[in-house]
Design a protein around this ligand. Structure first.
Ligand code: 2P0
Length: 331
């Protein structure tokens, strides 16, 4: 920076999370409050690292060495406007400044690898720090939620429950759970046809099963929290796979139907079920895309990965463990 110029900058890192109890549906579109709570594991790889530098030259967004405008940059600016409004409330003189946002995403973007979760979690932490806001983890989780619902959970170490409720009470917090491994089985890359946001709206508007989805998700979450707290991996796994299948069935019930899984995804679900028959305990889940994750015991992770690698696009089935919530890093 030129001599005498004070450059305010902060860098944060966040990881994606994979839901064991899924978020699918909003009670409030603008505030991003979900219709039901959800529960996830924060991963220890595929980070997003984001630097926010305050400037007076207008907001800019650079992701993986590419300058972005259009929808993704608009979402960043809308989010920064929220951060700036918090800075106004706090009486900070940074509130009038714009921001240069530079992000590096090490996971595949918009292909069901939860890049918006790590992205907005890292942005929330970096932007709050750069603008001089003093927010605790709960407030940062609420802030990240406004960028993308699932981002609220990436603030939390290891396992997170994200509460439904209202703007005040909808945040994520830690839940105790046993060590488990996630084996990533990426079967396809490329942008998905229907965004989660659009898919959720279509589901609320057109699926006759939506009310039952909401009530059954609340019940599953209660069972899941209890299973996590008693360290019952078998029940955690069974609930995880069943809830994922319910979500994809719900989504398929839209009119017109929406489908995120492809034939390879289904083959992976079948292979995981076959492994269980043989006594290798693993459970399948998938988000709004074709990639599958196998939840298993840490000591079985290599066996599971070896068994599933043949289904992957790039002959790699990565083993992921519970990771760190979003946090500031140097430089
Ligand atoms: C989840 N997903 O619980 C579910 C399962 C996808 C399937 O959270 O509209 O990107 O930004 O709040 O957070 C993806 O939804 O949606 C998601 P918005 P988000 O992980």
């Amino acid at each position: 920076a030129p001599e005498g110029e004070c450059v305010t900058s902060a860098t944060a890192r966040a990881y994606p999370n994979i839901a064991l109890v899924k978020y699918w549906g909003k009670a409030d579109e603008k505030l991003i409050v979900p219709v039901a709570g959800s529960l996830s594991m924060t991963l220890d790889d595929f980070p997003t690292t984001t630097t926010v530098t305050l400037t007076d030259g207008g907001d800019t967004f650079r992701l993986n060495e590419v300058d972005h405008d259009g929808t993704s940059a608009d979402r960043v600016t809308v989010f920064l406007d929220l951060v700036r409004s918090l800075a106004v409330d706090a009486g900070l003189d940074t509130a009038h400044l714009s921001a240069r946002v530079v992000s590096t995403n090490e996971g595949p973007t918009a292909a069901g690898m939860a890049s918006s979760a790590s992205g907005f979690a890292a942005l929330a932490v970096a932007a709050a720090s750069a603008y001089g806001l003093d927010l605790d983890t709960r407030e940062l989780s609420r802030l990240a939620r406004r960028g993308s619902g699932s981002a609220s959970r990436s603030l939390i170490d290891r396992f997170a429950v994200w509460h439904a409720g209202d703007d005040e009470s909808s945040y994520a917090e830690a839940v105790s759970a046993p060590d488990m491994a996630m084996v990533a089985v990426p079967v396809a890359t490329g942008e998905k046809a229907v965004s989660s946001r659009q898919g959720m709206i279509a589901t609320a508007e057109t699926s006759p099963f939506y009310p039952a989805w909401i009530t059954s998700t609340q019940e599953t979450l209660t069972e899941m929290i209890a299973a996590c707290e008693r360290g019952d991996v078998t029940t955690i796994g069974e609930l995880t796979e069943n809830h994922a299948i319910r979500m994809h069935a719900l989504i398929a019930s839209c009119r017109p139907s929406i489908r995120y899984l492809n034939p390879t995804s289904i083959a992976v679900f079948d292979e995981i079920a076959a492994m269980r028959q043989e006594g290798v305990e693993a459970y399948a889940t998938a988000d709004a895309g074709p990639n599958v994750f196998a939840l298993t015991r840490p000591e079985l992770a290599h066996i599971v990965a070896d068994r599933l690698v043949g289904f992957t696009k790039d002959n790699e089935a990565k083993i992921l463990m519970p990771g760190q919530g979003a946090h500031l890093i140097d430089g």
